[in-house]
Ligand binder design. Structure first.
Ligand SMILES: [Zn+2]
Length: 243
């Protein structure tokens, strides 16, 4: 087991730990950058999502109106067939009374057919308008596609470069960390995980460089005396006499 209280040794450990920390902070930054989507890509993705959502609702609206138009067409065919049958029946009838009854039925059917045709017209116009909007939205989407593909491909390259840089730095970091006492490194990793950011901080004017708490004199003395690891009683970060 290594004796950590010897000044020359502890000074080396803290120096090594500070180097590891510099790399760890770089690695944090690389992870942060990787997760930050560039503004233009985010905006273009949003634009596409909005177009898709509009397209979906317009298609649904178009389908609903088309069903109404189809129902009206079906009814129109039915009424027209009835009218044709009544006309044939009227011609075949020898009774004047019957002929007059058929004429009345035909007149009623004429009125219903005319009303239905009048009601259908705005529906057909609405359906055509919706079909044009669907085509327009589909056009907008296909215009957007090459731009989005280009931006996605740029972003893939960006992320790959960040990941390569991350892996290179991580290898250097792990090499450096191998020389550090296991318990010191474990304390450092634990506090970095808990607090994010720095795991080892300098004492600045008797205060912890991490949480800014005034440190008890005996803690400062132990750090100055070369004890490792000495942790801030408030935040748990490892203390070093210097930056
Ligand atoms: Zn602290």
């Amino acid at each position: 087991m290594r004796v950590m209280s010897q000044p020359s040794n502890s000074s080396d450990v803290l120096e090594q730990l500070l180097k590891v920390q510099l790399l760890d902070l770089d690695l944090d930054k690389l992870k942060f950058d990787e997760a930050s989507i560039p503004g233009e890509l985010a905006a273009t993705r949003d634009e596409r999502a909005l177009l898709l959502s509009k397209l979906e609702s317009t298609k649904a609206e178009h389908a609903a109106v088309r069903r109404q138009v189809s129902a009206a067409e079906l009814e129109l065919r039915d009424l027209s067939a009835k009218r044709e049958r009544s006309k044939v029946d009227q011609q075949n009838s020898s009774s004047v009374k019957e002929q007059s009854q058929y004429a009345s039925v035909i007149l009623q059917l004429d009125t219903r057919i005319e009303d239905l045709e009048n009601d259908s017209l705005p529906l057909i116009e609405k359906m055509e308008g919706l079909a044009a909007r669907v085509a327009g939205l589909e056009g907008n989407l296909s215009e957007l596609e090459p731009k989005l593909l280009g931006l996605e491909s740029l972003d893939d390259d960006r992320i790959k470069a960040l990941q390569a840089s991350f892996e290179g730095k991580m290898a250097v970091r792990n090499d450096l960390a191998e020389d550090i006492d296991f318990n010191v490194l474990r304390e450092y990793n634990a506090v970095r995980k808990a607090k994010k950011g720095a795991g080892i901080v300098p004492i600045v004017m008797g205060k912890c460089g991490g949480c800014k708490m005034q440190l008890p004199m005996n803690i400062v003395q132990r750090v100055m005396g070369g004890a490792v690891p000495v942790k801030c009683p408030s935040c748990g970060r490892i203390l070093t006499p210097r930056n």
